[in-house]
Design a protein around this ligand. Structure first.
Ligand code: ZN
Length: 176
């Protein structure tokens, strides 16, 4: 397994609409393992393919156990689709692709998602709590959408300027 490079905002690869996966094969399963490894390395609970630079519809999720340990219940979702939503809850979110930033947005409280698993079998997930939030966040990535898109224009502008400045500083540091 390998830890992959995580693409960060404002990289254009986070803004693409990803294409459906046609074949679930060993290559895809290896990629799913690598994505899980990458997610665990960064203490994330979910990771979508565009976050490692790929425009395909695959997401991995592992909600930590109550004692905070991870790596127990990895879920691989291929071509996932939300088929039902219910309720509304406030959700404080962050993203491995938007480092060092969290904000409160609104999400559906419960969702039902259909997806293929790593064996190509169709599964249905009736989710609530953190799993439901995470599913909505990760599936948004597959359509080029980030959680910060739900913020006011003012907040998004401030955030954008902050990241552009950060990028400039990094480029300066690299040029030296
Ligand atoms: Zn994210």
């Amino acid at each position: 397994m390998a830890v992959l490079e995580v693409v960060t905002y404002p990289d254009d690869r986070l803004r693409r609409k990803c294409r459906p996966i046609v074949e679930v094969d060993d290559k895809l399963r290896t990629l799913a393992s690598d994505m899980l490894e990458t997610m665990y390395a960064d203490d994330g609970v979910g990771l979508a393919a565009p976050q490692v630079g790929l425009d395909i519809r695959m997401v991995v999720i592992d909600i930590p156990a109550e004692d905070g340990t991870q790596g127990h219940n990895p879920v691989v979702l291929i071509n996932p689709e939300i088929v039902a939503r219910e309720g509304e809850v406030p959700s404080t979110e962050g993203c491995l692709s938007v480092p060092e930033y969290t904000a409160e947005i609104k999400r559906a409280e419960k969702v039902t998602v259909k997806a293929l698993d790593q064996n190509g079998q169709m599964q249905t997930y009736a989710a609530d709590g953190l799993f439901a939030i995470c599913l909505q966040h990760e599936l948004d990535h597959l359509d080029g959408k980030l959680f910060i898109d739900y913020l006011s224009a003012l907040k998004r502008n401030m955030l954008h300027k902050r990241y552009l400045k950060l990028k400039k500083e990094q480029q300066h540091a690299a040029a030296r």
